[in-house]
Design a protein around this ligand. Structure first.
Ligand SMILES: [Zn+2]
Length: 255
């Protein structure tokens, strides 16, 4: 398993300072979160590409910009967010993009299905396939505005959008908050291709709590060897991030 840090935590910094701070903490790998692009101007992807190349960091995954559609009229905007994210992933040479369902949990089921088809089946999936980028659907938190926090919800989404190659981004913080860790692992353990790692409320783990040890053991038993991506709250102190990294360097060396 490869330790990585989501750069969304430093999204208020300019991109060069963002990458430099990650290097200072000692990380070699990142997940690029589209939140760290200030104002969407499509050509900004070239600036990010240059900054990444000179940082020496390796970008393992990219987190798509998302819009949890509340009304079908917003479909075109969600499609734009998805496509510019794919363009950025392509520019950064990233093979995997984390996605949300992009539909609000408040939409009725039949409209959810229509929006999922419009966004993914018609637009995002062919675009991703053309660029050779794999998509990985993330389990959301119970307090997210989006749809898909448990097996039932994810099965509904996958039932519409899965073309046979959809992976899963397993967010441990969301799974702990919704008490779904084992249910989700039972169902999707062998499809996980990215992990968002944090304790509840996106706090970094600074000790090997039983639920963390249990999760890592189960992941290992599924043969997982992909990214363990710290996705932690804004305002987390650098010292805490470094302490958590030291813990994971030790924990992951066992696998
Ligand atoms: Zn996440």
């Amino acid at each position: 398993m490869k330790l990585s840090l989501s750069n969304g935590i430093f999204s208020k910094m300019g991109i060069n300072e963002n990458f430099a701070t990650i290097r200072q903490i000692g990380f070699e790998n990142i997940e690029f979160n589209m939140k760290s692009i200030k104002k969407e101007r499509d050509t900004d992807v070239y600036r990010e590409q240059k900054a990444l190349a000179s940082s020496g960091l390796k970008c393992l995954t990219l987190h798509s910009a998302t819009l949890h559609i509340k009304d079908p009229i917003e479909v075109h905007q969600a499609v734009y967010y998805g496509k510019i994210s794919l363009e950025c992933a392509h520019a950064l040479g990233v093979p995997l993009m984390t996605i949300h369902s992009n539909v609000s949990k408040k939409l009725p089921k039949n409209i959810r299905e229509k929006c999922l088809q419009e966004v993914f089946n018609k637009e995002i999936e062919p675009f991703a396939k053309n660029l050779g980028i794999k998509l990985a659907l993330e389990n959301l938190s119970y307090n997210s505005t989006g749809f898909g926090k448990n097996v039932e919800g994810l099965e509904e989404v996958l039932g519409v959008i899965d073309n046979g190659s959809m992976g899963i981004t397993f967010d441990l913080c969301h799974a702990l908050e919704s008490k779904e860790t084992d249910n989700l692992l039972d169902k999707y353990g062998d499809r996980v291709c990215n992990v968002h790692m944090a304790d509840k409320a996106h706090k970094p783990f600074t000790e090997a709590k039983p639920e963390l040890a249990h999760f890592l053991k189960r992941l290992h038993d599924f043969g997982y060897n992909g990214p363990i991506t710290f996705e932690i709250a804004h305002g987390t102190l650098i010292d805490e991030i470094a302490k958590s990294k030291t813990l994971f360097d030790k924990l992951l060396s066992q696998f």
